[in-house]
Design a protein around this ligand. Structure first.
Ligand SMILES: [Zn+2]
Length: 530
């Protein structure tokens, strides 16, 4: 199920969130506040603050930083601290303060029903969570605490991950691991049975509902966002215990894709806004290989376009990250030296190649060709052609011949001209408007236009692009009326300048010619004295 929360939030909801005292919002996040007279101070999320320099003023309901000039309202604080978009920040605050988030939707009744249902579910999950937490701390939780210690999970990690114990009910006899959505709201649990008997299901998840949609969740995403930005990479593992175990060993940029299914593409795009290096660290068994392939299916095309680097950390047969750490295997260097997924994938195929089996041989050759064809960088493409040719051919001479033939038959890469003459600012402005307009109105061009968007320069254009990314994350599709609803809540100046992009008075036609021109202009610098 795809949630469309956060899109076109009603002004009245935003007002309700805005009217909460800023100190209350921050206390709801367990942010430490120090009172100074009628104000508070806390650490500033807008700069690397070690000495509280952000002042919180409840009367004006704002915060501001004397050190870096950052600050704004409570919503901006939550956005900045937890790397959330505007609508996600609204939803996070609303979840914590029992506010129903209403949407300007085509069907207001249905939207309201969903919002009320969400509030009910959030409340019910929070109540269960509180009772599981109380149980693990009490006498009845002794067995669970001992089990965790035996697994090497100490009290600090247990507190951080808010582990609990269910003595009875749906998760009876299980340690509960709360699952947060990317905004940091607890949406469900995974229960791990602590007695290893013959009963099936070592793990049990909350049943699916509007709030808990396992396929769209990545465990630990909300905690891993900031460490991933700092580290410049994010590590994907299979299990919750792997994440907890790595956390205890100081590796914090980790998320679990929960089992061997592929990751949610919205989640991939969210993480790509923080870092572009993904490390797959799945179990060293067939399930782990299946998980790598499922991941590549989702994120591989982005890697081929050069938007993402994916490496595969191959663990020793029969181990997982948790057992590696407990057995003293050097997980750090396996992660550090992980090969590029292309190498991993091609090596996998080449290992299986059998020259005497011509049918199998040509299947492998075709698979590699297809992969190589999708690589956008000419140098990288050449590297893999040479590599594959060396293994596929019987000797150096025929390898060179094979490589030449491949090169001839592959479609030419549209080379991006990186050094071109500076263009006048107004030309660039027009081109930026044009690519955004085409992006909205010509869905078929989106994949090709997307990489260009990181070169946008106009503040209102960047603003619009960020909203489009958010909308795609939540809705999966862009509709001009929904985009207009979002524009309506931005600064009047932006609304005016962006309106004609979203609702153009001219007909927008799909034309390939725009690509070459747009690439040339957007990748060149701006001529300032114009
Ligand atoms: Zn600051």
């Amino acid at each position: 199920m795809r949630s469309n929360q956060g899109v076109g939030i009603k002004e009245s909801t935003i007002e309700k969130v805005r009217s909460l005292p800023i100190s209350e919002v921050l206390l709801g996040e367990e942010v430490e506040l120090k009172r100074i007279g009628r104000e508070y101070v806390t650490l500033c999320p807008w700069h690397a603050d070690s000495n509280p320099s952000l002042t919180i003023n409840d009367e004006k309901n704002i915060c501001f930083c004397f050190a870096c000039g950052g600050g704004n309202d409570a919503i901006a604080f939550i956005q900045q601290k937890f790397s959330l978009g505007f609508s996600d920040a609204i939803q996070r605050i609303a979840d914590r303060h029992g506010i129903v988030v209403e949407h300007d939707n085509l069907d207001p009744e249905e939207a309201l029903r969903l919002a009320v249902e969400r509030r009910r579910l959030v409340g019910s999950v929070a109540a269960s969570h509180a009772s599981y937490r109380a149980a693990i701390r009490s006498d009845i939780g002794l067995g669970a605490r001992q089990w965790l210690l035996a697994r090497g999970i100490g009290p600090e990690a247990s507190r951080e991950f808010e582990l609990g114990w269910a003595a009875s009910g749906y998760f009876a006899g299980r340690v509960t691991v709360p699952i947060h959505d990317h905004r940091g709201t607890i949406v469900g649990f995974t229960g791990r049975r602590i007695i290893d008997d013959d009963t099936p299901q070592k793990y049990k998840n909350s049943s699916s509902n509007q709030l808990f949609d396992k396929g769209s969740l990545m465990f630990n995403e909300h905690r891993a966002v900031e460490p991933s930005r700092v580290a410049g990479s994010v590590i994907f593992v299979e299990g919750h215990l792997d994440v907890i175990s790595m956390w205890q060993h100081g590796i914090r940029n980790v998320v679990a894709t929960q089992g061997t299914a592929g990751p949610p593409i919205e989640g991939i795009r969210r993480l790509m806004r923080r870092c572009r290096r993904f490390v797959l660290c799945y179990d060293g068994d067939d399930g782990g290989n299946t998980a790598v392939e499922a991941f590549i299916k989702v994120a591989g095309p982005l890697a081929c376009q050069g938007e993402l680097t994916i490496t595969v950390a191959q663990l020793p047969q029969g181990t997982d990250p948790d057992s590696c750490i407990r057995e003293g295997i050097d997980l750090y260097s396996i992660i550090e030296n992980a090969p590029q997924w292309l190498d991993w994938q091609i090596d996998c195929w080449l290992r299986s190649v059998d020259r005497s089996d011509t049918h199998h041989f040509s299947k492998v050759e075709a698979a590699i060709r297809q992969l190589v064809e999708s690589i956008r960088s000419p140098a990288l493409r050449q590297f893999y052609i040479d590599k594959a040719a060396k293994v596929l051919a019987e000797d150096a001479k025929s390898a060179a011949k094979l490589a030449v033939n491949w090169n001839k038959s592959l479609p030419r890469i549209n080379q991006i001209q990186r050094w071109s003459r500076p263009v006048p600012a107004w030309v660039r402005h027009q081109v930026e408007r044009r690519v955004l307009r085409s992006y909205i109105h010509c869905p078929a061009m989106r994949d090709r236009l997307r990489p260009l968007m990181q070169h946008l320069d106009g503040p209102s254009h960047i603003w619009l692009w960020n909203r489009l990314v958010e909308l795609e994350e939540h809705m999966g599709l862009l509709q001009p009326d929904v985009i207009m609803a979002v524009l309506a809540v931005c600064e009047p100046h932006y609304t005016r300048t962006l309106r004609s992009i979203v609702v153009p008075t001219i007909k927008v036609i799909e034309e390939d010619g725009i690509m070459d021109h747009a690439e040339k202009v957007l990748l060149s610098s701006i001529k300032t004295n114009d």
